[in-house]
Design a protein around this ligand. Structure first.
Ligand SMILES: Nc1ncnc2c1ncn2[C@@H]1O[C@H](COP(=O)(O)OP(=O)(O)OP(=O)(O)O)[C@@H](O)[C@H]1O
Length: 229
């Protein structure tokens, strides 16, 4: 039987010694797509930060892409991040270089050396997000939706075992949000595991998946929503 891609057990999550979430228990198996929903400030980002090593796990058990979180060392974090693709609300592209060079920068930073292999990989991920022709453009020369697609392409450069998306549509208009959701769905259908935080219930209605809710310091699974389109 396959192992969970991520697992939290009896985990308490703190920010500045303040308990934000208690007794968090959940796991994601390979190929699943999970939403994490909850109001602004409920603790979604804190939970995700635990998973990519941005917040230490000081209470309870946790394992992500075969890394043990309670014993995670600073020097292991880059290796953890190579196995996780992260997509943020604000796309965080580097504005001083082209799309192609944004992607090249990540490949070089994660240990790639061969120029031909790097170019092939960049073309591949740009193709996956439908933007193969835009590699020469600067980030500010493309739309917000396109920038988020590039950020998704960037997250896929190292074939991650898990994609974490923190409010990936939070900075986009409704139509562009739907396009980004279509893309995430395609990526999911290609076999990727995705955990996505959002407070946009309309997306969850349109693209129903297993959903965990963050509320009053707790995380619990909610029943599937009916598709409403
Ligand atoms: N660096 C920090 N130091 C102290 N407290 C923090 C820090 N970051 C977040 N918090 C607090 O932790 C709580 C949860 O914040 P978090 O960002 O995880 O919520 P969220 O559900 O992701 O909300 P949002 O969608 O607004 O990011 C909030 O009360 C917030 O003020």
């Amino acid at each position: 039987m396959s192992q969970p891609v991520l697992q939290l057990k009896d985990t308490n999550i703190f920010q500045d010694n303040i308990l934000i979430l208690k007794n968090v228990d959940f796991e994601i198996m390979p190929g699943e797509f999970f939403y994490l929903i909850g109001k602004t400030g409920s603790g979604k980002s804190s939970l995700l930060k635990i998973l990519y090593g941005d917040l230490p796990l000081t209470s309870g058990l946790g394992e992500v892409v075969d890394f043990d979180l309670p014993s995670l060392k600073e020097k292991q974090i880059p290796f953890l991040r190579r196995k996780i693709g992260i997509v943020f609300q604000y796309f965080k592209l580097l504005n001083d270089r082209s799309i192609h060079d944004n992607l090249l920068f990540v490949l070089k930073a994660t240990g790639w050396k061969d120029k031909t292999l790097m170019d092939t990989k960049i073309n591949e991920v740009l193709g996956k997000v439908g933007l193969q022709e835009k590699g020469y453009k600067m980030p500010y020369q493309i739309s917000g939706g396109e920038q988020q697609r590039i950020a998704i392409a960037r997250a896929m450069l190292n074939d991650p075992e898990l994609i974490i998306a923190d409010e990936p549509t939070g900075n986009l208009d409704p139509k562009t949000s739907m396009e980004v959701m279509e893309l995430l769905n395609e990526i999911h259908k290609s076999g990727k595991t995705i955990l996505m935080a959002t407070h946009d219930y309309s997306l969850i209605l349109k693209y129903p998946q297993r959903t965990f809710k963050v509320e009053n310091g707790e995380v619990f699974e909610v029943a599937h929503q009916q598709q409403n389109s």
